[in-house]
Design a protein around this ligand. Sequence first.
Ligand code: IPM
Ligand code: MG
Length: 357
Amino acid sequence: MEYNIALLRGDGIGPEIVDSAVKVLEKTAAKFGHKFNFKPYLIGGCAIDKTGVPLPQETIDGCLASDSVLLGAVGGPQWDDQPGDNRPEKALLGIRSALGLYMNLRPAKLYPALRSASPLKDEIVANGFDILIVRELIGGIYFGERGIRQGRCGEEAFDTESYSPMEIERIGRAAFEAAMKRRKRLCSIDKANVLETSRLWRRIMHGLSEEYPEVEYSDMFVDNAAMQLIRDPDQFDVIVTSNMFGDILSDEASQITGSIGMLPSASLGASTRGLFEPIHGSAPDIAGQNKADPLATILSGAMMLRYSFGLSSEADCIENAVNSVLDAGHRTADILGTSSNTPLSCTEITNKVIEVI
Ligand code: IPM
Ligand code: MG
């Protein structure tokens, strides 16, 4: 089969890690007899430099015309003085919204070979953990009414959160469906003891839970969830939560795996076109030095094959190759842990994955 993939390399280490993933995808295509056509578009700081805006219309149109989108990372200190609505990060919100990607899947899995890189004590991660965070991505406080106004104490800034039943139901359903394909446990995280949006969230989730009697459903307040994640991460299977809570909890969940450089993510909507990107950022401090860990982007490529194109054997092939490279003891600098091995460069570890495929 032939697929058109839009590439949003972005800033910092973005170009290096996307190029690694492209090489891996090309090798996979050759092995399985597919053809991937890659087309690059500007996003983030590099787009500001070339066009004045972080998300040019041409990028949106190119993504809409593609079968799926692979993204590196955006941002860096040179754009820190941009006004709020012209910052590189704004492009992420813009592309998510333009493509209608309401569901963000962020797996946080402790790889057995990398247990020593986890900052949690051995006794806590003895059984490992494998969590899927399902984050609502184009609603809530990120997209609500905002501004500066005159308040009781003079000038004040405000951001507002709103969620409609439709927005909650579609992400909730996606989470229940994901749980059905896994260990059938779903925890919905909110702040229903304080927030009106959370109370509606909870009501809709409870309604859905009646449609999925096989899923063991629970609710948890977000402050407790932040604590439970480091106390006993293995209690979680699938987590579903709002845009901002998901932003925060997914960073926490990825950090406790000890290998944020390895975690991919998928953003999906009503069509099969998705946006696939590593969870980590643009790491400007190591950009251009061939030190970056490309595995999260390579695994994001695998997620694209699985979720956008339905190519699960091909996705398995990439994921297995990454696992065997790790099992053989190969590491980039970020996941060395206590190992005394010499770290591999970005291109070296990419080539190891390609050899296995
Ligand atoms: C993420 C990032 C973004 C977000 C920022 C960069 C806008 O933190 O993808 O988690 O908050 O969604
Ligand atoms: Mg974040």
